[in-house]
Structures are given as C-alpha cells and as structure tokens.
Design a protein around this ligand. Structure first.
Ligand SMILES: Cc1cc2nc3c(=O)[nH]c(=O)nc-3n(C[C@H](O)[C@H](O)[C@H](O)COP(=O)(O)OP(=O)(O)OC[C@H]3O[C@@H](n4cnc5c(N)ncnc54)[C@H](O)[C@@H]3O)c2cc1C
Length: 409
C-alpha cells in the first residue's frame, strides 16, 4: 500500500462506489475502496440508464461502451393488460434538442461495474480492496477513519473524506447516525428472466409497462451474453404467499401464464425476489462523510431510477470533492452536494417512482380510466410528451439541481 494516506476512502464496490473511484482517480486523487464481497458481484438488478445519466458518462467513451455491451432503446410503451390495448408510446427522439442521448441504454449493472473495473486497472492511485468490510467510522475535525474487517484482522484507515456507497443497508449511514426516512412496501417484487422473444411473438418494445388492477408488470429486454438477449418481467407478489411458493416452478409458471398465456411452459433463466423500499437519508453529508447511491436513497424499480440517481450522486460528489481537495474550493460546496442530490431524491425520484407504481396498479375503474386517458393524451401531443420525457429521462431533475446555489446550501 502507498505510504501516504488516501484523499478519499470509499465504502462499497457496487456500481456507485466503483464510479466514484474512477471519477476521483481520473482527477489524480488517491483513493482506497473497500467491498465486503470477495470479488465484484454479477448483479442482475439495474439495466435502464437514462439520457441525463448517459450525459454524465460521456467522458472517455464510457456511455458509448455501455451502449456497445447493452441495448439502445429509444421507445417505451404503456399497455392495458386486461384489454390488450397499447395505450401510449413515447419516443425519446422528441428530446433530440435536449440531449446528445435521445434514448436509454439497457446495460445490466454488473456490465457497468465490469467496464469501470477495466478502466480502474490503469490507475495506480486507486486501491480496490475486496473481501474488506467497513465496520465503523470515526470523525475528527480534519480527517475521517474507518475500521475495516479483512479475512485475517481489523485495520484502521484514515483519509480526508469518506464516501458511503455501501448500499441500502449502509454501515456508514448507520455508524453516522443518519436516519433512513420512508417506508417499505408490503409486497415483494419478483423478477423472472426468460429468453421468450416478446418482441417477435407479441410485438412489445424493449421497455413495456403493463397496467392491471390485479397485478402490474414491467417487461424489458437486456442483451445478456449477446444476441438474442433475454427478457426480464417484473411483478408484485402477494405478501401472504411464502417465498418458497413464489419462487417454486409451479408459482413462477402460473405467474407468467396468467400475464402472458402461452401454449408452452416458459424457460426461466433467473428468478429473484426483492423487498422494496422508498427511503431517503435525512442528510447526504455529515462532516467528512458523504452518502451516495442506495446508501442515500432507495425506491421501487418502476421507471428504472435508483442506480441512475446513484450515478448522478457520484458525478456530483466527485466533482465537488475534487474542487475542495485539489483546487482549494470551500468545504461548504459539499453541503450543496447534499442539498442538490437530496432534493432530487425527494422531489423527483421518490415522487415519480411512487406515482409510476400507483398508475400501473390502480384498481378503481374511474381512476384507471383517468390514468390511461392521461397517458393517451400526453403521447398524442408532442409538446406534452416532451415534458413527460424530460422527467422520465431525469433531465428535469438535473436542471432543478443545477439551479440550486451555494448560498442556498
Ligand atoms: C429488480 C430491480 C431492478 C432495478 N432496475 C434498475 C434500473 O433499471 N435502473 C436503475 O437506475 N436502478 C435500478 N435498480 C436499482 C439499482 O439496482 C440500485 O440502485 C443499485 O444497485 C445501487 O448501486 P450502489 O452501488 O449504490 O449499491 P449496491 O449495488 O447495493 O452496492 C453496494 C456494495 O457495497 C457493499 N457493501 C455493503 N456493506 C459494506 C460494508 N460494510 N463494507 C464494504 N462494502 C459493503 C455491497 O456488498 C455491495 O457490493 C433496480 C433494483 C432492483 C431491485
């Protein structure tokens, strides 16, 4: 290990922690990252990366690499499952004057992490310590230290700043006594992945949302190991049903058949069940500690905004840390990070992801009709469709954050 202390410690080697390591490493800062897993995880969770996030990842061809290993998806659709009607279609081409990326990229998060790891190998100033769990945090006026549990012993590491990117159960957040305000949905979400070609056989595009008063569904395509790719379907589950019953072959087939009847059984290549929360940390900065990614905010996956928010945190935090550490900018800039990103998490990501869920699951016939009529009307009017896309593409939230000033922080 280098004899000098790092400038920044990072807890967590998921996509957000790795991105922070790359963004700081690129700016010449010394970084030490800890992850409790023995090796990077082949995590099947996030895939959809929105235009506002691709803008932040344009440097060094990163967004282009994500598109190369993923799928480019300019269109998304809303369907009414009981009637089988396609209710609305939105094309990101309407954002062609707002972004260089008028599409989303469907890139599984383990591939994003892999692309980051490849780049990080080139940085001698970045140390990645897998198999190391951050166990505690201690602050002083001019430094922060972490206690780290390795395979053989506990060690202490000190730096100017610590980024807690250690996921929804963040040890850093708990060690800093920061509340995680919000709630947990009673129903768990199941993701069933199949090679069944929903585009060829049913005419669905790469991102399709199905409203249903019984149980909604999201269906989207990922490239997986290359053509022909895989389709992920996401559903809510009955809180009274046991995990074994939900994940059993019979349970999985029944769910697929009830939504998408087919004469043959479905081939299922992955089945994953998730507890889903809507929570935001009470603050994203406490002294020399910044929270980012799921450590700072979690939401349901409808609309695909969780990791996007985490990537936006990373870009914002690392830019400001570099200004403070390298260019002598005032530390107060880090308060602006907290204000900007927490505002976006509360006003946009929480609000939109909850609204997305309610729109798909509405049971009252009048409410359902209103929701679907509203989607139809927006899709039919290019000016309204663009306003809707500016929000779903997370451009509006980035604009809101950019308008906030240091004086407000
Ligand atoms: C079904 C599903 C679909 C999703 N789809 C999307 C999508 O399409 N788009 C989107 O933007 N988001 C999506 N998300 C959300 C996305 O998966 C998360 O927001 C993302 O994983 C957050 O990344 P992270 O790096 O902050 O946290 P994580 O991925 O959780 O990584 C945290 C890392 O920290 C490590 N760690 C934990 N504790 C410690 C410790 N004490 N010391 C050291 N290391 C530690 C963990 O092992 C892990 O490696 C989805 C989520 C789910 C469940």
């Amino acid at each position: 290990m280098p004899s000098e202390n790092p400038h920044v410690l990072i807890a967590g080697g998921g996509p957000v922690g790795l991105l922070c390591a790359w963004l700081l490493g690129r700016r010449g800062l010394r970084v030490r990252l800890f992850d409790d897993n023995a090796a990077p995880q082949a995590d099947p969770r996030a895939a959809t990366t929105h235009p506002a996030t691709l803008e932040l990842l344009a440097e060094d061809g990163f967004a282009a690499d994500m598109a190369r290993v993923g799928l480019v998806a300019p269109i998304f659709q809303f369907w009414d499952r009981p009637s089988g009607e396609k209710v609305a279609e939105f094309d990101h081409v309407l954002l062609k004057d707002d972004t260089r990326f008028p599409y989303v990229v469907q890139c599984e998060q383990f591939k994003t992490a892999q692309l980051l790891l490849e780049r990080l190998r080139k940085f001698p100033n970045v140390e990645l310590l897998f198999g190391h769990a951050v166990a505690d945090v201690a602050h002083s006026a001019d430094s922060v230290s972490v206690e780290v549990r390795g395979a053989r012993n506990m060690t202490t590491h000190t730096a100017a700043y610590l980024i807690g990117a250690d996921g929804g159960r963040s040890t850093v957040r708990k060690a800093c006594d920061i509340d995680f305000e919000g709630f947990t949905w009673p129903e768990r979400f199941i993701v069933l992945t199949t090679p069944y070609d929903f585009e060829a056989r049913r005419g669905y595009c790469y991102r399709s949302y199905f409203a249903d008063p019984g149980a909604w569904c999201n269906c989207f395509k990922v490239s997986a190991d290359g053509p022909p790719g895989l389709w992920r379907t996401v559903y809510p589950t009955d809180p009274a049903q046991s995990e074994d019953a939900i994940l059993s072959d019979a349970g999985v087939q029944a769910r697929m058949q009830s939504f998408f009847p087919s004469p043959e059984p479905y081939e299922i290549v992955h089945r994953n069940l998730y507890v889903t929360h809507q929570r935001v940390a009470a603050t994203f900065r406490k002294g020399r500690v910044l929270l980012a990614g799921d450590a700072a905010h979690v939401n349901n996956p409808i609309g695909g905004m969780g990791l996007n928010g985490g990537i936006q945190d990373a870009a914002n935090a690392c830019d400001k840390l570099a200004q403070v550490l390298r260019d002598g900018a005032p530390e107060r800039l880090l308060d602006l990070y907290g204000r900007q990103r927490r505002t976006v998490a509360v006003e946009f990501v929480q609000e939109q992801s909850i609204a997305n869920k309610k729109r798909l699951e509405a049971r009252d016939p009048a409410a359902r009709k209103k929701n679907l009529d509203e989607l139809r009307a927006m899709a039919a009017d290019p000016a309204r469709a663009r306003q809707f896309l500016l929000r779903t593409a997370m451009i509006a939230s980035q604009q809101r954050a950019a308008a906030m000033t240091l004086e407000e922080a």
